[in-house]
Design a protein around this ligand. Sequence first.
Ligand SMILES: [Cu+2]
Length: 129
Amino acid sequence: MDPFLIDRPIARATVPGATTAIVFFTISNAGKETDRLLRASTPVASGVALHQMAVEGGMMKMRAVPSLELRPGARIELQPGGYHLMLLDLKHPLKAGEKFPMMLTFERGGTVTVPVQVEALGATPAERK
Ligand SMILES: [Cu+2]
């Protein structure tokens, strides 16, 4: 059984001309070993970066993080104000209602592919039931 549960992966729709997009999901490690999300890729963008929003000097800033540690039993929400995956150099705009595949590569668990649902501009994971 796959020890990773990737719940409700969504991307926000993009405006024409946008070159980046944001992906959110919740990830749980049901395995007995710590693992790490190392990288991600998707056919709709040239690159995918793991980013974290954090307040620095009173301003919300986005910074790249090398990997996401998942301890046994951990449940991490990628959500506004925290972690997200950033699609870089989009090949076409993302339209609400579309889906695209995303490959997530883990240090121990290998690569899993999840379908990402494109939601409206500004959507948050909590809005999806
Ligand atoms: Cu970002």
